[in-house]
Design a protein around this ligand. Structure first.
Ligand code: GRF
Length: 206
C-alpha cells in the first residue's frame, strides 16, 4: 500500500521538491497528497501545483491563536487521511494539539547534527561555534523544537573558508538525499521508536 503524506512548508520548498521527485518514482512507497503552507506566496505551494498535488494555504490571520490554527491544520490533514506529515522548512512552532494528533507520524528536517544548534540559523550557529563537521538531521517531531527521536543524520565537512551560503548548500544536498530516504523507511514500516531511539528494522513490514 502507498503511504499518503502531507507536507508542511513555509518557504522555497527545495526539500518538498526532493520528496515530490522521490514520490514520482513508481517503486517509491509514498505519495504526497497535500502541501499546506502558512504563507500564501510560498514557492512550496507552486511546486506542489506544478507536480499536480493539492496546495493549501491556511491563513494564520483567520485564527485567534496558535491552537486554533493547528486544530484547523490537523483537520485538513485528517480529512485527507495522511499517514505521515513531513515538515519541510515549516516556520511555525507546532502546538500540542498537532503533536498529539500525529505522534510518531510527523517528521522534521533540520540543518544541523542535532542536538547541536537547534532553532534558527543552524548553519550560522555551526560556523560561529567553529565546528569542523556539520550536517542534517531527520527526526520525529515532539513538543519541543528540533528535539524528537532521530531517524537519520548525514555529516558534511566544514571548510575553513565556508560562508553561511556555501555551508548551507553543502548541507542542503544531504537534506535532499536523507529526507526521502527516511520517508521510505517509515512507509515500509521499518521505524520503531523506543524512548529516544529510533530502531531501523532491516526488513520491510508492509
Ligand atoms: C532547510 O534547510 C530545512 O532543513 C530547514 O529549513 C530549510 C528549508 O529549505 N528546516 P527548503 O524550503 O526545503 O528549501
Amino acid at each position: 500500500m502507498t503511504l499518503a503524506v502531507g507536507v508542511l512548508a513555509s518557504g522555497r520548498g527545495s526539500n518538498l521538491q526532493a520528496i515530490l521527485d522521490a514520490c514520482a518514482r513508481p517503486e517509491f512507497p509514498a505519495r504526497v497528497v497535500v502541501v499546506i503552507s502558512d504563507r500564501e506566496r510560498a514557492l512550496a505551494l507552486e511546486r506542489a501545483r506544478a507536480a499536480g498535488v493539492e496546495a493549501l494555504w491556511i491563513n494564520p490571520k483567520d485564527f485567534t491563536d496558535r491552537e486554533a490554527f493547528d486544530l484547523a491544520l490537523v483537520r485538513e490533514l485528517q480529512a485527507r487521511q495522511v499517514g505521515l506529515v513531513c515538515q519541510a522548512g515549516y516556520m511555525r512552532i507546532l502546538s500540542p494539539v498537532y503533536i498529539r494528533a500525529f505522534a510518531g507520524r510527523s517528521l522534521n528536517i533540520h540543518p544541523s547534527l542535532l542536538p547541536a544548534f537547534p532553532g534558527l540559523h543552524a548553519q550560522r550557529q555551526a560556523l560561529e561555534h567553529g565546528v569542523k563537521v556539520a550536517g542534517a538531521t531527520v527526526h520525529f517531531a515532539d513538543e519541543a523544537v528540533d528535539s524528537g527521536p532521530i531517524v537519520m543524520q548525514a555529516a558534511v565537512p566544514v571548510a575553513p573558508d565556508d560562508t553561511e551560503e556555501t555551508l548551507s548548500a553543502r548541507i542542503l544536498a544531504e537534506e535532499h538525499r536523507i529526507y526521502p530516504e527516511a520517508i521510505r523507511l517509515f512507509a515500509e514500516g521499518r521505524l520503531r521508536i523506543v524512548g529516544r531511539q529510533v530502531i531501523v528494522n532491516a526488513e520491510a513490514r508492509r
